[in-house]
Structure formats: C-alpha cells, structure tokens
Design a protein around this ligand. Structure first.
Ligand code: FAD
Length: 435
C-alpha cells in the first residue's frame, strides 16, 4: 500500500485530509487528534493548550469552525488587560497609559514624542532588530518597561536577538493624539488587532476542528522515527513500516529532519539551529465564580512574577468550568535561552503566589485543581538566522517531494486558521499533480 501519507493530526494535517477528500492516511503520535488545538477536560474544567480563540477573517475557515459546532459558539469583543507593578491598564498599554504612575506616564510620553519626531523608523532599514524597531516606534520608556520586559517573558530572549519579520499587523502603532488621549482621558477605544473572536460553547477550542476530523483516517499512537526519502518508506516507533508515493508533514521541522535517513549534513545542521520556545501551562480550577470580571486575558510585565500571560478559561465559555467556579490558565515560557529554574511544583507554587500578588486570587481561595502541562513547541523563534536555516531545510524537502504544512511543519508564526489554510493549499497542489 502506498498513496499519500500525512504525518500529524493537528489542524494542518486534518485540513489537508479534509481538502483532499480524506484520500490520505494520517499517522499521529498522540492518542487524540487536534495537536496544539487540543482541549483537555479534568474534573469538570476544560483547558486548551495556551489561550486559543478564533479571530480569523477567512470566510471558509469561519464556516468550517461554525459548522463543526453546529453554530454554537460565543462571539466576543476582547477584554484585555495589562498588569504592571500593582497597576491595571487596558491593552495595548501605549494607548491606555492613564492609571500608571505619573512619572512613568511622563517618561513614556516624552520618549514617544521623541520617537515620533525622529520619524518612527529605525536608522538603517534591513537587518534591523526588534529592539531598535521598538525604540524607533514607541520610544525608550515603553520599550524598556513593557515591550522589552514582555519579550524576555514571552519570547525568552532579549529583543535585540529577534528580527522583525514576524510582526505584520500584530503590533499596532497609535498616533501621538491617541497616545495623549489614552494618557489623559482614559476613554477606551479598541485598537487591538483582534476586534472580535469566537469560541465554542462546549468542548473547548478543539471542537472547532470537528468537521475536519470526522471522516479523517487517523492512526493514533504512530510516532514516525525514520523517514527514508530514497525508498519513500516510513518507520514508526511501534515497529510499523509504511511506503508512500507522496508525503505531507505537519510535524515540527527539526523533528522531521532528525528522522531523515542519510540527511545531508548542512540540512541536519540547519534544522538543529531552528530555535523555538516551550511553555509550561499552569491550569487552575478555583472554587469561586466570576474571578474574571471584565477580562478574558491579561499580560504581566513584572519579570519578578512568573506568568507572561493569563486567561480565564470560563470567560470564554461557561462550560469550561463547573458552576460557581473559575478556570485559569497561566503561561510560563522557557527555552535554552531562558531555562526553567524551578521544578514543576515550584512553578505551580510561584504562579499561585504571583496571582495572589496581582489580586486575582485570594489567600483563602479553594483550589480544586492545579496541574501543569509542558508544551515543547510553542513559538518559532525569529532569530537572525531563521530565514536562512528554515529556507535551506524546506528547499531540500521540497526537492524530495515532501510537502511541509502548518505552524511547525512550515516553521512559521501561524495562527490556527493559517495552519488550516496551509493544509488546504497543499491539498490543492497535490490534487493537481496526482490528477
Ligand atoms: C500558546 C499558544 C497559543 C495560541 N493561540 C492561538 C489562538 O488564540 N488562535 C489561533 O488561531 N491560533 C493560536 N495558536 C496557534 C495554533 O495553535 C497553531 O497554529 C496550530 O495549532 C498548529 O497546528 P498544526 O497542525 O500546524 O501543528 P500541531 O497542532 O502541532 O500538529 C502536529 C501534530 O503532529 C504530531 N506529531 C509530532 N511529532 C510526530 C511524529 N514524530 N510522528 C507522528 N506525529 C507527530 C503532534 O502530536 C501533533 O498532533 C496558539 C499557539 C500556541 C503555542
């Protein structure tokens, strides 16, 4: 048996299958489909793998997601806050400075004006790093206290180490009038790049993938460990072997490269240099309702406090927590650049302490559930050699007729809708060549 074989049953692999009329066998190492879009229910609390919401503008994806849950989803305007040294302000911080200490607001305003006067562009375009980009656009104070600190927490590196090719529309730059208005009046206008989002009523984010998965032929518990590109043969950890005509892969690019038999040295080395962050998710079930107030998620800039981002799972869907309870998930990022210094139980303890300090939790709160998940692949790191290394590996695989799809297969900063569309594109390409 040969045919088209797919590696990985995340949204990209499932989407490939769906758009290829399910004429493919999918091999998935885990016991469930969904990949990074999986949802986990424990003791009545449902958690996703990091906050997952759908803010896609693509009609096809919107229709597929809606169909998957028979139209039962919530539609929300995002309520996003920032926590900084005991102060809470709306997001993004540069448009909502009112409420921060006066001296800090003055510093942020003066530096923003200086940046504005200098033209808002980093000197010497091309090869610029994220730090210079931030300083040029927002000024030194906002960079130092907010964006720089958050980069260390979320990206796990100094902003100087990142390029800027991932930014796109992710970071909004307000005009001076807007910054002044936000500092003086405190009147809120949503300038965030997410204007509204959807989330399933039941079953967590994974439910949005149901239409893709229903008819997919997924073989669970099949972890590929060897890929022989010359003989088009796959070997799995459980000893199973499979020949193929065409291979579609959504597994992380460095993992795929490691599996390739007789992989050229330069490809193997380039793949080994592809950097990424990992994340420990702290899942908490609290025996008190309504902890979220007017907030879906918030960012913590204080580097002393462990989490980078925290969301209230039960603010996305009431079904994510038992009645009268709140689900909270905190994200703690790490990488070889910023290794974890605490044990898992230490992380749990420190996260709870951090949430008490922010005032979200109270000392006497009943914690019904507390556990941690370590997710190895979170974000691709856009360091200076990212394009070169990624390009080299993908080029080699393309030459061997391997179609790489999805966030980790393409090794890019793709949201779930983009990962879905990546699988769809591969299906369209293969449909043409396989007739
Ligand atoms: C913290 C976080 C928050 C996010 N928030 C959002 C959000 O709010 N909205 C949004 O749209 N997107 C969000 N995303 C992005 C979204 O999760 C991804 O775009 C999407 O899930 C990627 O899907 P994929 O199929 O490309 O990869 P994956 O989901 O990783 O699928 C790959 C599959 O391959 C399997 N696999 C791996 N190795 C092997 C092997 N050797 N053999 C066989 N199988 C293997 C894995 O188990 C997995 O099931 C977020 C991502 C993260 C990390």
């Amino acid at each position: 048996m040969r045919g088209v074989v797919t590696l990985g049953a995340g949204i990209a692999g499932l989407s490939f299958s769906y758009h290829f009329n399910h004429a493919t066998d999918i091999y998935e190492k885990k016991q469930t489909w969904g990949g990074r879009c999986r949802s986990h229910t424990v003791e009545g609390f449902t958690f996703d793998e990091g906050i997952h919401i759908s803010f896609t503008r693509d009609d096809h994806v919107r229709r597929l997601f809606a169909e998957s849950v028979a139209g039962r989803y919530g539609e929300f305007a995002p309520l996003v806050l920032n926590y900084f040294q005991s102060h809470w302000v709306r997001h993004p911080v540069e448009s909502n400075l009112k409420g921060l200490p006066a001296e800090l607001v003055v510093q942020c305003l003066l530096d923003f004006i200086r940046a504005e006067q200098a033209g808002g562009q980093p000197a010497g375009e091309g090869g610029q790093n994220y730090h210079d980009w931030l300083v040029a656009r927002f000024g030194r104070a906002l960079t130092r206290h907010f964006y720089g600190a958050y980069t260390r927490k979320y990206w796990t590196v100094e902003p100087e180490l990142l390029t800027t090719d991932w930014i796109g529309r992710r970071i909004y730059r307000p005009g001076l009038d807007e910054v002044l208005r936000g500092a003086l009046s405190g009147r809120f206008r949503n300038v965030y790049y997410i204007k509204s989002f959807r989330y399933p009523d039941q079953g967590g984010y994974q439910s949005f993938l149901r239409s893709l998965a229903t008819e997919a032929e997924v073989y669970h518990g099949f972890e590929v460990v060897e890929v022989d590109l010359s003989h088009k043969r796959l070997v799995f950890k459980n000893g199973f072997e499979r020949y193929y005509d065409r291979l579609v892969s959504s597994i992380p690019l460095p993992e795929l490269a490691r599996c390739i038999k007789d992989c050229p040295r330069e490809v193997r080395e380039a793949a080994a240099r592809l950097a990424h962050t990992s994340v420990v998710l702290v899942n908490l079930g609290i025996g008190r309702g309504d902890l979220a107030g007017d907030c879906h998620w918030f960012y913590i800039y204080d580097e002393r406090l462990l989490p980078a981002r925290v969301h209230f799972t039960s603010s996305l869907s009431a079904a994510n927590a038992p009645p009268g309870c709140t689900g909270i998930q905190a994200e703690i990022y790490h990488s070889p650049y910023k290794p974890l210094k605490l044990s898992i139980s230490g992380i749990l303890e420190k996260t709870i302490e951090s949430l008490v300090e922010t005032g979200i939790l109270q000392q006497h709160d009943r914690i019904i559930l507390a556990d941690c998940m370590n997710i190895k692949y979170a974000n691709v790191l856009f360091n200076r050699d990212y394009q070169k290394n990624r390009g080299l590996v993908l080029e080699y695989l393309r030459g061997k007729d391997v179609h790489c799809i999805g966030r980790y297969g393409e090794w890019a900063y793709l949201w779930s809708d983009q990962s879905l569309l990546s699988g769809k594109r591969a299906a369209e390409t293969l449909a043409k060549v396989t007739g």
